[in-house]
Structure formats: structure tokens, C-alpha cells
Design a protein around this ligand. Structure first.
Ligand code: GLU
Length: 487
């Protein structure tokens, strides 16, 4: 059951990427689960950019993330690009807001200035590691007296701000996916909330923003579970209402290792470029950790939104299976109308050496081409290879040549030329091919395979009627005449 607060307040979730790289599978899955939850619950979705890592963040990555989300069909009601009442939505533009809360924490004694240098801290850490003890801050600056602090500041030392953590406390995270998870505050130690350059750390900024932006549910990757106790302490110190948390499982490769480039492309843009359909990637991502109630796994966006529920998000790791994505993609391609798929294929066909053949086709013939390849492609980019069958000069291997040189085969091909009308649409090509063995008074197997070999040099490929229509009768005649004439 949802807690009372959530029933009263409008549900609001957020996706809060750090623009330090392109949107990858894991990030996209987090964004998607937030989006699905919001849309299923009639709530709001927000996009915030967490760019406090000044060195690694860039506007280009931010653009790329926004583009990838839009390509997937994920939209948001508030945040970057769309605006809203709680902006700005880039953390580096919110420093004044953080400062107000830092001042509050300093005033109330929940935080203090720390003058320890990087080198001192590194030495301290090393010593603890060597002794096999918990690595947490010693608390050296915790109780500096005010005079001492003023003196350091006057001397030009630039402090960090640390959050004071009372040891020996049990901190309980009630997670909608993982259940109750308990942490020991002694293992946390006083942690930094503002770095010496004045930039807040993730754990602090995320709490301030989620509060200020009215976030009711924090749905994010499991790797942030260990940050949650720190965040809970900040919520409490600032007197903020605590949102619900849902930490979704890691994504592993089929070999059960953490998902990496070895298991397939990791960035969403790469899937787009290879000709995966956004609805297939959307469908695939939704199944990474969530499962629908029924057997049907090929689902459209609206259906996934309708069915989505956090209670069906699994606790155990999700497994990234590229074969499954390929299968889903082929299925979603088959669901497209010829016209729609035709348009989607064009950008890929433009990269084919046979684009000029395609460009010259009339609309009806182009749709036959689309229909012919639709069943055969897994990704849109595969169309480039597929059209070679129609337009590349056929290559015959030794076996094929000896087969085509047999007198009865030559005779059959001659017969084909005599019966072949000058123009054929798909329906006519189908009935022509169907009736051909009878017209030639030959069994089907002595007709179809030799024709296919003669036209393309390959025993596999699209159905013959497709070949006839897309190649066009003149080209069919030319290829066959060439074969009979030369041999
Ligand atoms: N900026 C964090 C990340 O990209 C967001 C974590 C969160 O959702 O709290 O991992």
C-alpha cells in the first residue's frame, strides 16, 4: 500500500543524470522506470542535470542525454528544456540554494568546517586500511573552537564542509524494491557536503534538490543504495519530509559480469545508429528488471505504461541479452506499416551503393522492396546488405555455374523468358510464379531454385515474386539472357 503522504501529494519522480558521458543502458533503464511509474500513476516526471563534477561534465553530453531520452520516447513535465516552477534544473546553477541549507546546517551544528588537507586525509585513510579498520574520517576538525576556526580562515585555509554523523546509530532504509536495509552510522563517519571549491557533493545536492523540487519517489540504480543512509541523515537534519526509495538492480551480462562494452553497445546512441527501433529498445529496457503479468513480452509503449508497477520490479540482477533485443527489434519492425518502415529505411539506404536504384523506383515498387526485406532484417542497417540481392551483379560459384549450364536448366530459363510478361505487379508476379511449373511442364523443384540461382547466384534470399518486381522485368531478362547466351 502507498503511504498516506503519497496518496495526498501528487506523485513526482525525477531522472537526474550526471552529464559525464553518453546515456548508457543502465541510465536509460533508470529514466524509463521513473517515466513508466509517473505515467502509470498519473504523476509528474522531472529531468535534472547533476553537473557538479565540473571536470567531467559537459553540455555536449547533456545534449546527447536529452536527445537519447527523446529518441526513446521518454518525455518529462518539468526540468531541462521544458522549464518549470522549481528551476534552475542544472545543479551548477543552484549554488545559492545549496548555500542557504549549508548555512542552516552550520548554524544548527549538523555541519562544520574541516581544514584537513587532501594529503593528511590520504595518510589517515592509508593507516586505517593497513590496520584493517573501517575507513571513516577521524573527526579531527569536528570540535575546533571558534577562535581556532577563525584563525585558519584568516590564514587563508579553504575548508570543506562536513556533515556530523553520530556513531552507533542504526539507519534504516525502507526500499520499495529491496525491503528494509539497515546501515551502521559508525561506518559512515562525518562526510563532506561541500568541497573546498565551494561545490556541493552529490549526496548533499541531491537531497536539497529532491526536497525543493517536490520529489515523492526516488527511483534509481542499486549502486546508490549505499548513499541513501547519508541522504537520510541530511533529510532529518534539515527537517525535510523523506521520499520513498526504490533501488533497481544492477544489469549484468549473460556471463553474470557487470554490463560492459563486451556484452554489446552500452550507449543508447549506438543502438539508434545501428537501426534499432526506439520502441524495441523501450520494450527491451522495460524488461530489464520488470516483468509483465502475462506471457506477452512484445509490448508497445502504452501497454507497458498501463501494466507497469514497482511491485513487479525484481530484486535480483537483470541480465542483458543482446539476442533478446535483436528478437524484439525484428518483432517491432514486423509491426510497422510498409509506409512507415519505408521512411525509416531511407536514411540507411542512402548509405548503400545502390541508393540510385532505390531512388528511381516508383512508390509501389519501393513498397514491395520494403515488404521483401521486412521479414529478413533484425536492424534497420541490415537493409544495406539486403538490397545487394536485388541490385549487385550476381556472383556464381563453380557449383552454381555447372548447375546452370545443364541443358535442361538452360531450356527451362529459355521457357521462362518466353512466358515472362513485360510488366508485373506483386500479385501478378505471384500468380505467374505459381503457374510457371505447369506452363513449363516441369516439377516445381526444377524451376524455382535454378531461377533463384540464375537471378542472384545464391540459394537463399527473398521470395521470387519479390525478386521479379524489385529487379524489374527488363533486368530479369538481361540477367537470364546473359546466362543462356554466354553458355
Ligand atoms: N547523478 C546521479 C547519477 O547519475 C543520480 C543519482 C540519483 O538518482 O540520485 O548516478
Amino acid at each position: 500500500m502507498l503511504p498516506v503522504r503519497s496518496r495526498m501529494k501528487q506523485i513526482k519522480v525525477r531522472f537526474a543524470p550526471s552529464p559525464t558521458g553518453p546515456l548508457h543502458i543502465g541510465g536509460a533503464r533508470s529514466a524509463l522506470f521513473n517515466y513508466l511509474f509517473a505515467r502509470n500513476q498519473g504523476g509528474k516526471m522531472l529531468l535534472r542535470i547533476e553537473d557538479t563534477d565540473l571536470e567531467r561534465s559537459s553540455l555536449e553530453y547533456e545534449r546527447e542525454i536529452v536527445e537519447s531520452l527523446s529518441w526513446l520516447g521518454i518525455d518529462w513535465d518539468e526540468g531541462i528544456d521544458v522549464g518549470g516552477d522549481n528551476g534552475p534544473y542544472r545543479q551548477t546553477e543552484r549554488l545559492d540554494t545549496y548555500q542557504r541549507y549549508v548555512d542552516q546546517l552550520l548554524r544548527t551544528g549538523h555541519a562544520y568546517h574541516c581544514f584537513c588537507t587532501e594529503e593528511e586525509l590520504a595518510r589517515e585513510r592509508q593507516a586505517l586500511l593497513e590496520k584493517g579498520e573501517i575507513v571513516a574520517y577521524s573527526g579531527k576538525c569536528r570540535d575546533l573552537n571558534p577562535e581556532e576556526r577563525e584563525r585558519k580562515l584568516r590564514q587563508g585555509f579553504v575548508p570543506t564542509v562536513r556533515f556530523r554523523v553520530a556513531p552507533g546509530e542504526e539507519i534504516v532504509v525502507n526500499d520499495l524494491v529491496r525491503g528494509t536495509v539497515t546501515f551502521d552510522s559508525s561506518e559512515i563517519g562525518d562526510f563532506i557536503i561541500v568541497k573546498s571549491d565551494g561545490i556541493p557533493t552529490y549526496n548533499f545536492a541531491v537531497v536539497v534538490d529532491d526536497h525543493e523540487m517536490g520529489i515523492t519517489h526516488v527511483i534509481r540504480a542499486e549502486e546508490h543504495l549505499s548513499n541513501t543512509p547519508r541522504q537520510l541523515l541530511i533529510y532529518r537534519a534539515l527537517g525535510f519530509e523523506i521520499p520513498e526509495f526504490a533501488h533497481i538492480s544492477l544489469i549484468l551480462g549473460k556471463d553474470r559480469q557487470k554490463m560492459s562494452k563486451r556484452h554489446g553497445a552500452t550507449s543508447i546512441i549506438q543502438y539508434r545508429e545501428s537501426g534499432y527501433l526506439p520502441e524495441a529498445v523501450f520494450n527491451f529496457l522495460a524488461l530489464l528488471g520488470w516483468s509483465p503479468e502475462g506471457e506477452q513480452e512484445i509490448l508497445g509503449r502504452d501497454e507497458i505504461i498501463r501494466q507497469f508497477s514497482l511491485s513487479r520490479v525484481a530484486k535480483n540482477p537483470a541480465v542483458f541479452d543482446l539476442d533478446k533485443l535483436n528478437w524484439l527489434n525484428a518483432q517491432h519492425i514486423k509491426r510497422k506499416s510498409m509506409t512507415e518502415l519505408g521512411e525509416m529505411l531511407k536514411p540507411y539506404l542512402k548509405n548503400s551503393p545502390y541508393w540510385h536504384n532505390v531512388e528511381q523506383m516508383d512508390r509501389a515498387t519501393y513498397e514491395v522492396l520494403v515488404e521483401a526485406v521486412r521479414e529478413r532484417i533484425v536492424c534497420l542497417v541490415d537493409v544495406v546488405k539486403e538490397v545487394e540481392t536485388f541490385f549487385a551483379p550476381p556472383q556464381y560459384d563453380g557449383d552454381t555455374i555447372s548447375r546452370l549450364e545443364q541443358p535442361e536448366v538452360k531450356g527451362m530459363l529459355q521457357g521462362l523468358l518466353e512466358h515472362l510478361p513485360d510488366r508485373l505487379d506483386l500479385e501478378q508476379a505471384r500468380s505467374f510464379m505459381k503457374g510457371l511449373p505447369k506452363a513449363l511442364q516441369l516439377p516445381a523443384k526444377q524451376v524455382y531454385m535454378p531461377i533463384r540461382l540464375a537471378l542472384t547466384g545464391s540459394p537463399q534470399g527473398p521470395e521470387l515474386p519479390y525478386l521479379l518486381v524489385v529487379m524489374g522485368v527488363p533486368e530479369v531478362r538481361r540477367r537470364i539472357a546473359g546466362l543462356i547466351g554466354h553458355r
